[in-house]
Design a protein around this ligand. Sequence first.
Ligand code: TRP
Length: 355
Amino acid sequence: MRRTHETISKAPIINAEFTVTRKRALTGIKPTGIPHVANYIGAIRPALALTEEYDSFYFIADYHALTVIKDPAELRSLTYEVAAAWLAMGLDPQKSTIYRQSDLPETFELNWLLSCVTPKGQMNRAHAYKAAVADAEAQGKTDVDAGINMGLYGYPVLMAADILLFSSDVVPVGKDQSQHVEATRDIAQKFNGTYGPVLKVPELLLSPTAASIAGSDGRKMSKSYGNTLPLFAESAPLHKLIRRYVTDSSGPHDPKDPETSGLFQIYREIADPADTRLVHKALSAGEMTWGELKETVFETLDAFLAEPRERYRELMADKSKINRILVEGADKARPDAIELLARVREAVGRVEIRS
Ligand code: TRP
């Protein structure tokens, strides 16, 4: 079953010349881990599907990653890996815009201007910060802010700057990011309430599958559980990881419930619907063993990933090509950012002393 985002409004905007202006979708990708199959199904594929309907912006949120990544070599390699992953999975720089957050200095000036209208209390209530505080409390720390940097605390403001800089109409994200988009809306409204209607208040476009893909141990597939299927693993390690999936104890000829199987969830997302129905039926009727399911899933996934794996390998062997794509994307995006920032600067009362 292929599910895409819940669409808030599909109507294109028709301007006075009767040319169709597409709405803009923008999403950020934090380079904190190499993408896995659940990232693809839950985030990459639905986000890329939006290029059909929206003027789409994708960016590598490298400065957001700095709240957790302190090793420069790691940030460098993750920036390449994540950009290469999205490109390999089908992001077309001709049909959309891909850039690196840190190539747009306007983002960071807007971040400051927004932080001056953002209530501190709202940041106190942000999930990531609250989770870090709860962690410290659980460890019995007396200073619950110990180890929490200002980057983590102000993370939602930087995200608002990313979004508002491009007057995005919609922001496609998984459920874990919906609070951040709500914060962006609040911050935009706060700014507009103070200075007049300068910022476009974006809509949240919730990606529905994000949380539901299980990893090899049955828990949600996540880098932190070490239970993932990396998107660009070679065939042999991929095979091994799939064989390692836990299954229930039903015997070879017992009826099995496909809905409880993580591997079936994955299969359903990548196989064609007729094959999915056959496998569903065979499992339910006790005519397919878990071992056979594993082989089927491996073959399907391996074939599906063969070309992307090749493209990924080529890109990673030519990092200057990745650089070029990101720089060209930033060059393409930047005029809009400069224009928006000029309006924001003027709105807050900055005097343009050079003009
Ligand atoms: N916070 C997002 C994440 O962790 C990444 C992100 C940064 C983002 N800026 C954004 C997403 C702007 C959407 C819009 O996944």
